[in-house]
Design a protein. Structure first.
Length: 50
């Protein structure tokens, strides 16, 4: 969870680093900023299309 003006690429990279360290596949980046709630889902590995 974050409380900043807006989510940046650095925030997304930080989340992916946490996912790698914890060996988790998916995570949510949630920001309670001044413009409302912003939610992004990130994946440790790129999604493979079938």
């Amino acid at each position: 969870m974050k409380s900043v003006q807006g989510l940046t690429k650095d925030h997304e990279v930080q989340l992916v680093n946490y996912l790698n360290g914890l060996e988790k596949d998916t995570g949510l980046l949630i920001n309670f900023g001044p413009s409302g709630v912003e939610i992004k889902r990130k994946y440790r590995k790129p999604i493979q299309e079938i």
